[in-house]
Ligand binder design. Structure first.
Ligand SMILES: CC(C)(COP(=O)(O)OP(=O)(O)OC[C@H]1O[C@@H](n2cnc3c(N)ncnc32)[C@H](O)[C@@H]1OP(=O)(O)O)[C@@H](O)C(=O)NCCC(=O)NCCS
Length: 212
């Protein structure tokens, strides 16, 4: 299982063609993606990096989201009611956690502003039956660390429902118009502007670099 904590000592088994064939999934959307994984063991493409598993400090294994994962991720984000736009964009970095059958049970990521200074945290989600075990915090912390490594100095996000969760990770209420200005070129901001959702959103922010 990918969620096994301390996975550094007990690495999660990678998805192999054999394991995919042996474990057909009931959800046809996820099934199609598993079939695609069987056809290609490396799903990396422009802007997505390799599909190599990575281990969080907390011990949760993640894989970089590749082109073959987009369909299943879209379905997963639909289930948890998060934005699905721009998942395949080069500026969007995404990672996935799977269960032992290859089904997505967690996701995390961010999109960097054109100037590289700001990161819009997005797609942080845990499947409903896996929540309240610290996994959401681990996924969010991973994205924050990666955005800081990439040079971003401030993290931002939209969240109407999970403010206390983000506050526990150092986020404070922010001006959504300021968010929309510094991250104007991101898919989420462009979508929210087009649809009018921006006016209904709640913005959060926290520094990533010392002294901000
Ligand atoms: C938000 C989410 C990722 C949290 O995942 P999780 O695995 O339950 O998170 P954790 O177990 O690390 O929770 C950490 C703390 O935040 C709290 N928390 C989690 N979700 C919360 C919410 N929606 N509102 C208030 N508090 C919340 C937990 O109770 C926990 O507090 P505690 O340690 O004092 O008990 C998960 O609820 C989820 O996927 N929600 C749907 C998608 C979503 O809204 N994502 C945020 C996008 S901006």
């Amino acid at each position: 299982m990918s969620w096994t904590l301390n996975a550094a000592r007990s690495p999660r088994p990678r998805i192999t063609p054999a394991s995919v064939q042996d474990t057909p999934h009931r959800d046809p959307r996820q099934r199609r993606v598993l079939d695609a994984r069987r056809r290609t063991s490396e799903g990396a493409g422009p802007g997505h990096g390799s599909a190599t598993a990575e281990c969080l400090t907390e011990g949760v294994d993640l894989e970089r989201c590749g082109p073959d994962d987009i369909e299943a991720l879209t379905a997963f984000l639909g289930e948890v009611d998060l934005t699905r736009s721009g998942l395949d964009a080069a500026s969007v970095r995404l990672w996935l956690a799977h269960d032992g059958t290859g089904v997505i049970v967690g996701s995390t990521g961010y999109e960097i502003s054109g100037d590289g200074d700001h990161a819009l945290i997005r797609s942080v989600a845990v499947s409903a039956d896996q929540r309240s075990r610290g996994r959401g915090s681990a996924l969010a912390t991973f994205a924050l660390a990666r955005a800081a490594e990439e040079g971003a100095r401030r993290a931002w996000l939209f969240s109407r429902r999970s403010g206390p969760f983000w506050q526990s990770l150092g986020f404070e209420p922010a001006d959504r118009d300021e968010l929309a200005e510094v991250l104007a070129d991101t898919h989420q901001v462009r979508l929210f502007r087009q649809t009018g959702q921006l006016g209904r959103e709640v913005a959060w922010s926290r520094p990533l670099a010392a002294g901000e």
